[in-house]
Design a protein around this ligand. Structure first.
Ligand code: SF4
Length: 396
C-alpha cells in the first residue's frame, strides 16, 4: 500500500509567491509519489477569523484556484474542504478525551499566541493610560493656572502642586487599566477561545482520520506532530491498533521576503500574489524596498539584504551571478534591476495566471472537483471512523 500524506492550508485568501516556490511545488512532487490528501482547513481558520465568516467562501475558492493553477492535480491527489467531511469533528471530540489540559497548554504555538496577545493587550492598555493621563494633565494644568491667577498659589508652590496632580492622574489611569477584574487561574485565558487550545487536537484528527503516516512539515512544526503521535499511541494502547505511527517529512522551504524586506505576509501588506496581474506586479516591485545605501546607480550595493535580489534568485536564476557582481560594483542601478525582475516574474507567472483564469471563469468545474475530492475523502474518513467506533465499543 502507498504511504499516505496529509497536508493542508488555512483559507486566508489568495496565495503568494512564497507558496508558489515553497509548499506548492513540494505538493506537486508528493502527489506523484504518495496517496495525498490536501485539506482546506476552514475550521482551523475560524479560530481567529470567527467574526469574518463572510470572507470564507471567497477565500476557499481562491485557494482552490491557486492550487489548480499551479498544478495540484485532482486526479492524482484528493483535495477537499475540511468542514465538508464531518468525520473530522467526530474524531476530534473522541481525541479530546485523550489529551490533558496541561499538555495542551504546553504546546509551543499556543504559548506563542498567548505571548502575542499579551503584547497586544498591554500596548492597548498603555495607550489608554497615556490618553487618560494626557487628558488629566491638561485639566490639572488649567486648574492650577486658574488658582495661580486668583492668587491661591505662589511662584514656588504651583510647580509642586502641578507635579503632585500629574502624578495622581497618572496613577489613577494606571489603576483603571491594570487593577481590578477577577483573578484568573490561566493568565490571559480570557484572550483565547477554546478552539485555539484544541487546535492541535483537531489537527491530529485531520491527519489520523486518513490514517496518514507522513506529514510534510518544517522543523518548527515538529512539536505539533509529536502531539498527534502521542494521541495515536494513547488511542492504540487503550483500544487496540487503529492508527499508524506518523512520521514527519521534513521540508525546507525557501524564505521569500516581502516587498518591504520583512517576511512576506498579508498582515504586513507586502505580498505579491500568484494571481497579481502584470501591472500590479510592476507597481509592487517599483515601490519595493532596496538597499538604502545604494542611492545612485554608481553606488556599490549590498544585494544580500535586498528583496529584489531574492526574487532574482527565484525567478531569474541564470542572471544571478552577474546581477550580484554588477550591483556590488555599482554597474547596475536599482531601477534597471527592478525592470528585469518584473519581466522575468511576469514570464514565469503568466501561464499560471492563464490556467487560473480558466477555472475562475468556470466555477461549476471547481465545485465539481471539490465535490469529487470530498466524496473520496469522506469514504476514507468513514472507513477510519468505523474502525474507531468498533475499537472503542461505541454504539453503532
Ligand atoms: S541593484 Fe538590484 S540587487 Fe542591488 S540593491 Fe538595487 S535592486 Fe537590490
Amino acid at each position: 500500500m502507498k504511504d499516505r500524506v496529509l497536508s493542508g492550508m488555512r483559507p486566508t485568501g489568495k496565495l503568494h509567491i512564497g507558496h508558489f516556490v515553497g509548499v506548492l511545488p513540494n505538493w506537486k512532487m508528493l502527489q506523484d509519489r504518495y496517496k495525498c490528501f490536501f485539506e482546506i482547513a476552514d475550521w482551523h481558520a475560524l479560530t481567529d477569523a470567527y467574526d469574518r465568516t463572510h470572507e470564507m467562501r471567497d477565500n476557499v475558492f481562491n485557494v482552490v484556484l491557486d492550487w489548480l493553477a499551479t498544478g495540484i492535480d485532482p486526479e492524482k491527489s484528493t483535495f477537499f474542504v475540511q468542514s465538508h467531511v464531518l468525520q473530522h469533528a467526530e474524531l476530534h471530540v473522541l481525541f479530546s478525551m485523550l489529551v490533558s489540559l496541561s499538555r495542551l497548554l504546553r504546546v509551543p504555538t499556543f504559548k506563542e499566541k498567548i505571548a502575542e496577545l499579551r503584547v497586544k493587550e498591554l500596548s492597548h492598555k498603555a495607550k489608554k493610560v497615556l490618553e487618560k493621563s494626557a487628558d488629566a494633565a491638561v485639566s490639572a494644568f488649567f486648574e492650577i493656572v486658574e488658582q495661580y491667577q486668583q492668587g491661591n498659589l505662589d511662584d514656588k508652590s504651583y510647580r509642586a502642586v502641578l507635579k503632585a496632580k500629574l502624578k495622581e492622574a497618572f496613577m489613577e489611569s494606571l489603576k483603571d487599566a491594570f487593577v481590578g477584574g477577577e483573578e484568573e487561574e490561566l493568565p490571559y485565558g480570557h484572550l483565547v477561545n477554546y478552539g485555539l487550545l484544541g487546535y492541535p487536537v483537531l489537527q491530529a484528527a485531520d491527519i489520523l482520520i486518513y490514517r496518514a503516516n507522513l506529514v510534510p512539515i518544517g522543523a518548527d512544526q515538529l512539536p505539533h506532530l509529536e502531539l498527534t503521535r502521542e494521541i495515536a499511541r494513547r488511542f492504540n494502547s487503550l483500544y487496540g491498533q487503529v492508527f499508524p505511527e506518523v512520521e514527519p517529512l521534513l521540508t525546507e522551504f525557501p524564505k521569500v521576503p516581502g516587498t518591504d524586506g520583512r517576511k512576506m505576509s498579508k498582515s504586513y501588506g507586502n505580498t505579491i500574489f500568484i494571481s497579481d496581474p502584470p501591472d500590479v506586479i510592476e507597481q509592487k516591485i517599483r515601490h519595493a524596498y532596496t538597499d538604502p545605501a545604494k542611492i545612485r546607480k554608481g553606488d556599490p550595493g549590498h544585494p544580500e539584504g535586498c528583496p529584489i535580489f531574492a526574487y532574482h534568485k527565484i525567478f531569474n536564476t541564470d542572471e544571478v551571478p552577474q546581477i550580484e557582481a554588477d550591483c556590488k560594483a555599482g554597474k547596475l542601478g536599482c531601477v534597471d534591476c527592478k525592470l528585469r525582475i518584473i519581466k522575468k516574474m511576469n514570464e514565469v507567472l503568466e501561464p499560471v495566471r492563464e490556467k487560473r483564469r480558466y477555472f475562475e471563469e468556470r466555477p461549476h468545474l471547481v465545485k465539481e472537483i471539490l465535490a469529487e475530492g470530498e466524496k473520496r475523502a469522506r469514504e476514507e474518513a468513514e472507513k477510519t471512523m468505523q474502525l474507531v467506533r468498533e475499537a472503542m465499543q461505541l454504539w453503532t
